[in-house]
Write a protein that binds this ligand. Structure first.
Ligand SMILES: Nc1ncnc2c1ncn2[C@@H]1O[C@H](COP(=O)(O)OP(=O)(O)O)[C@@H](O)[C@H]1O
Ligand SMILES: [Mg+2]
Length: 213
């Protein structure tokens, strides 16, 4: 089973957006059962799933906030975990136990970049990450221009050897896809092509050995 967790201590950075889009990507591009486990009490991923049209590739939902992974479908090949905000300390350690790949979305503001650097540092102090039993990458989300603002984060990530894997633009497509229970890969090509291109390095990484311990 491939286990991919989207996490950042900060709310609103795109955890649910990335989780739902990653789940939709694997559901449409791969054979095999996809499960989306939502650890966030806000349950945005499960709300999205409830809107998913029945004729689309099936994604199983799991209310992990209530019941953890106990009722995880045994056939799951791709497990995508939407983690809650404010995960620190033992809670963070517990969550990381489930993951082999961690994606950290970061918004392009100084406050978010500082918070993300601290969070990634905290993540690296978790034993499992320290021992490289889990792979971590950062994704810039809601980027409006090719901002220099990520320079410092880039330097920091380079120093700690965490790849800065993709930059996703701020686009109405994400809102549109979310409200219809779809991923951007399921929107028409003429609308979503720029987003598909931006997702390419992220999905390539997720599909490769590089994102697996
Ligand atoms: N790339 C994007 N472009 C446009 N809106 C986005 C993008 N990523 C996230 N959003 C919007 O930002 C808000 C917060 O995103 P969300 O995924 O819910 O964050 P989190 O789960 O980390 O709290 C949502 O309204 C979402 O639709
Ligand atoms: Mg969320």
């Amino acid at each position: 089973m491939r286990t991919i967790m989207v996490i950042n201590a900060k709310g609103g950075c795109g955890k649910s957006t990335l989780s739902t889009n990653i789940a939709a990507y694997f559901a449409t591009h791969w054979e095999g059962t996809v499960t989306l486990a939502d650890y966030d009490p806000q349950a945005s991923s499960l709300d999205w799933l409830a809107k998913r049209p029945p004729e689309r590739d099936r994604i199983h939902g799991l209310d992990a906030h209530e019941e953890g992974l106990r009722h995880l479908d045994r056939n799951t090949e791709f497990l995508i975990i939407d983690a809650p905000a404010r995960s620190h300390g033992t809670e963070l350690t517990q969550l990381v136990r489930h993951a082999e790949t961690i994606v950290v979305p970061v918004l392009p503001s100084p406050i978010d970049i500082n918070a993300a650097s601290r969070f990634i540092q905290e993540l690296l102090d978790v034993g499992k990450v320290e021992r490289r039993e889990v792979k971590v990458a950062a994704v810039a989300n809601r980027v409006r221009e090719n901002l220099l603002i990520f320079g410092e984060l880039e330097q920091f990530l380079e120093k700690i050897k965490v790849p800065f894997i993709a930059r996703l633009r701020d686009a109405q497509n994400y809102i549109r896809a979310y409200s219809r229970g779809l991923g951007v890969h399921e929107l028409p090509e003429y609308l979503a092509y720029p987003d598909w291109e931006q997702w390419e390095p992220l999905v390539k990484w997720l599909e490769s050995r590089r994102s697996q311990p």
